[in-house]
Design a protein around this ligand. Structure first.
Ligand SMILES: [Zn+2]
Length: 221
C-alpha cells in the first residue's frame, strides 16, 4: 500500500482490490476479484459477513467444486430459460445454475437430496404447484391455460411475456431460501424447443426428492 493510496487491501486475503462487480461485506469492506468471484450466498448474509465467514465460505466453495466434478449428472434440464439443473440419483445430489445464485458453470450450487426441504412454483405471485399438489396433472393443466392465453395476445405485446418463480428451501448455511425467476416468452412454453415438458418433469422430481421418494432405495442405503 502506497502512502497516498486510499485503497484498502482485501480483508480476506490481503490482495489488491481493483476491478468491477466486487463483493461488499459487512462494515463496507470490499473484497478483491479472486475472493469475490466464487462467492455464492444469500445477499442478506453478505451484509453482515465477516472476513472469517468469507474464508470459511471460500473453503466450502472449493469443496463444492470437487463434489460437483465427482458426481454423475445423469439427468440434466437445459431448456428452461435462465435455469440449468442436474440430478445424480445415485449420488443423491442436485445442482442449480441461475444468475441469482451468482454462479459459474464450473462450480454451481450443489445440494444433497436430504438438504432440500421445501418446493413451490409460482406464476407471477400465484402458486401453481407445491408439495401438497399430487402428481403432475395440475401443473400441466396450469401450463396449458397459460399457453391458451398466449394464443389470444399479440406477438408484440408485453402480455406475451410471463415469469415463474421456483422457490426452494434447504438446510444449507448459505442458501436456506432459493427463489429463482424464470422469465419467458409465452410462445416458448410449447412447440419446438418448448420447455413445458422439462419444467413439469423437473417439478415432479423436486417433489419426489423432498418427499423422500427419489433415490432412497438405491446404492448407498
Ligand atoms: Zn481477496
Amino acid at each position: 500500500m502506497g502512502l497516498f493510496s486510499k485503497k484498502e487491501a482485501c480483508p480476506v486475503c490481503g490482495g489488491e482490490v481493483k476491478g468491477l462487480f466486487l463483493t461488499k461485506i459487512g462494515d463496507k469492506q470490499i473484497l478483491c476479484k479472486n475472493c469475490s468471484e466464487p462467492i455464492s450466498m444469500d445477499k442478506e448474509l453478505l451484509k453482515t459477513a465477516t472476513p472469517e465467514f468469507i474464508r470459511e465460505h471460500l473453503d466450502y466453495r472449493r469443496k463444492n467444486a470437487e463434489k460437483y466434478a465427482a458426481l454423475q449428472w445423469t439427468t440434466k434440464f437445459t431448456s428452461i430459460p435462465g435455469l440449468q439443473v442436474g440430478i445424480d440419483e445415485v449420488g443423491k445430489a442436485i445442482y442449480l445454475i441461475h444468475d441469482d445464485l451468482h454462479d459459474d458453470k464450473e462450480n454451481p450450487v450443489v445440494l444433497s437430496f436430504n438438504q432440500l426441504t421445501g418446493y413451490e412454483l409460482l406464476r407471477r405471485k400465484k402458486t401453481v404447484d407445491d408439495l401438497e399438489t399430487a402428481g403432475r396433472t395440475v401443473l400441466e393443466t396450469g401450463l396449458t391455460a397459460i399457453a391458451e392465453a398466449a394464443r389470444l395476445v399479440n406477438n408484440e405485446s408485453s402480455e406475451n411475456y410471463d415469469y415463474f418463480q421456483l422457490k426452494l428451501t434447504a438446510n444449507d448455511p448459505y442458501w436456506s431460501e432459493i427463489n429463482l425467476r424464470i422469465d419467458f416468452r409465452l410462445d416458448r412454453l410449447y412447440g419446438f424447443n418448448g420447455f413445458s415438458d422439462e419444467l413439469v418433469e423437473l417439478c415432479r422430481m423436486l417433489k419426489s426428492i423432498i418427499n423422500r421418494e427419489l433415490g432412497h432405495s438405491t446404492y448407498g442405503q
